[in-house]
Design a protein around this ligand. Structure first.
Ligand SMILES: [Zn+2]
Length: 299
């Protein structure tokens, strides 16, 4: 048995995988709001799980950030309390055993390329579009990693072809830059920009689901907002396709459940790629939200 854990912005999930990739147990809890509670929560989830299924041979954890190759500290996490922490060392102290850490989008990409939506392909770009906007690259079933631990991280590139007329006011990002792709494409960003556009508060439009409910009801402003969303995503994906030319782009995270994306994205992307035809397939993740824990467990 292998344990995989996915620390997300809103929830923490634990899963137990058998050697043949079958999920034996799966549990979710809301993610704590500070680092100490996060560590204690992980400890209790692991203890509870092993009490039920017995000791695991390995524990892999994916989180929304990267381990700095220079310092071993977490960087680039949008769950801000994880940044500048040595999660590997702190968990080793707490649990008395080794754990492996991986970026959540990398875990997701590895899982989908191994036996998920991109299985059998040579190259895949897998993105998680939820509270953040991460990405991972897999070539011949190997994660592509680099000296900065940022391979595939497209979310903090600026939105290509940005203009105020087309894309609305400048968006500030938590990373300190402006107009990051994430501020337009994450569920959080999508809902925020809609609220600003139609002048509604977060109570009325708490998240992207609320926007899509208005879209489904035929509300014009929501339809326009979604059309812009698809166009912005097409611009963002086309810039990656121009560089990596993957066979498949796998979409995961909360926003990937919007089925209309797959109807409109290929046509929309084709306007922005440097090719007369788009052969890249755009597909939803096979394991959906479970890909993070699966990839972490496979570590
Ligand atoms: Zn940013």
């Amino acid at each position: 048995m292998r344990i995989g854990i996915d620390i997300g912005g809103t929830k923490t999930e634990i899963a137990v995988l058998s050697e043949d990739g079958e999920v034996r147990l799966r549990k979710r809890r809301p993610s704590p709001k500070n680092y100490q509670d996060c560590l204690i929560n992980l400890q209790s989830m692991i203890n509870e799980t092993e009490a039920e299924v017995g000791p695991a041979v390995s524990i892999g954890i994916c989180l929304p950030g990267a381990v700095s190759p220079d310092t071993g500290l977490i960087k680039n996490a949008n769950t801000l309390y994880l940044n500048d922490r040595n999660v590997t060392a702190d968990l080793k102290t707490l649990l008395g055993r080794e754990i492996k850490l991986v970026n959540d989008a990398d875990a997701f990409a590895l899982s989908e390329a191994t036996d998920g939506a991109a299985a059998g392909t040579r190259s895949c770009f897998a993105v998680i579009i939820g509270t953040g906007c991460g990405g991972g690259l897999v070539y011949q079933k190997q994660l592509i990693t680099g000296p900065n631990a940022i391979a595939g991280e497209w979310g903090h590139n600026p939105l290509p072809y940005y203009s105020v007329e087309k894309d609305g006011p400048i968006q500030d990002c938590y990373c300190g830059r402006q107009n990051c792709i994430e501020t337009f494409l994450s569920g959080t960003g999508m809902a925020k920009r809609y609220r600003e556009k139609v002048n509604l508060d977060a109570k009325t439009i708490p998240d992207a689901h609320a926007v899509m409910a208005r879209f489904a009801a035929g509300e014009l402003s929501a339809i326009e907002h979604f059309q812009h969303y698809v166009n912005a995503m097409a611009r963002a994906l086309a810039s990656v396709i121009n560089i990596f030319d993957p066979e498949v782009v796998v979409l995961g995270g909360g926003m990937s459940n919007i089925s209309e994306l797959y109807e409109h994205l290929p046509e929309e992307i084709s306007h922005y790629v440097f090719s007369d035809h788009l052969n890249t397939k755009i597909v939803p993740a096979q394991y959906g939200d479970s890909s993070g824990v699966r990839g972490a467990a496979w570590l």
